[in-house]
Design a protein around this ligand. Structure first.
Ligand SMILES: [Ca+2]
Ligand SMILES: [Ca+2]
Ligand SMILES: [Ca+2]
Ligand SMILES: [Ca+2]
Length: 219
């Protein structure tokens, strides 16, 4: 009787152990967590199942150089953009994900909401411009113009908030520590893993790279 009970105990312990292990595996098999251990500005924490904020242009350069969305017009609002990358090994559904600037967060009305059936392939980027009519290949990324209103990332300081389809905040990006009117983007360098740095210092002469790595190559 005692032996039977002991055997039962061992078997059920084994079962629980196997459940635990398989659960751990299923949690990690489809994601590549990003460890941003070298962040110097502490402006962002992006460790979210391989959905990485990689570049932010809150201050488009003046003149035609600043036409980031490629529509032939430099516009301080329309040419702003944010770039995200699916760095995981599986497709990633971002339908219903929302972007807010500080003003819009206060009223809970997103500047942009990704439409249904927005699915990022492994390694694919998605770029959201403030507005206009984006024109270009952008490294084969998904490209949107902000759906609600322009991104409205104030050069003097702002906070970008990203929420998922359940309206849970998944991360924020604080522009304020980087508010030095750079006339170029801030990008992670190295792409995906590095700290945010001004684009020109990551790739000389290139001021931004919507949809591509800093050197213009595809993700
Ligand atoms: Ca701006
Ligand atoms: Ca433009
Ligand atoms: Ca704003
Ligand atoms: Ca880029």
């Amino acid at each position: 009787m005692r032996i039977k009970t002991f055997r039962k105990f061992i078997l059920s312990s084994l079962f629980v152990f196997i459940l635990f292990i398989s659960n751990q595996c299923s949690k990690t098999e489809d994601v590549v967590p990003i460890e941003d251990t070298t962040n110097q500005t502490d402006s962002t924490v992006t460790i979210y199942y391989g959905f990485v904020l990689n570049e932010v242009l809150y201050d488009p350069p003046g003149g035609s150089t600043g036409d980031a969305n490629g529509d032939g017009v430099r516009d301080a609002n329309d040419d702003e953009f944010v770039e995200f990358v699916n760095s995981s090994e599986n497709s990633f559904d971002i339908s219903g994900y929302k972007l807010f600037d500080a003003d819009r967060l206060a009223t809970n009305t997103p500047n942009h909401e990704f439409p249904s059936n927005t699915v990022l392939s492994p390694g694919q980027a998605v770029v959201v411009f403030g507005g206009g009519t984006p024109n270009g290949s952008f490294g084969g990324s998904l490209v949107f113009a902000s759906s609600g209103q322009v991104l409205n990332l104030n050069n003097s300081g702002d906070v970008l908030t990203v929420k998922n389809s359940n309206d849970s905040t998944i991360f924020t990006f604080n522009v304020t520590p980087l508010s030095d009117n750079p006339n170029e983007s801030y990008t992670r360098f190295p792409d995906l893993y590095g700290s945010f740095t001004q684009h020109d210092s990551a790739s000389t002469g290139i001021l931004f790279s919507p949809g591509t790595k800093v050197d213009g190559s595809s993700f």
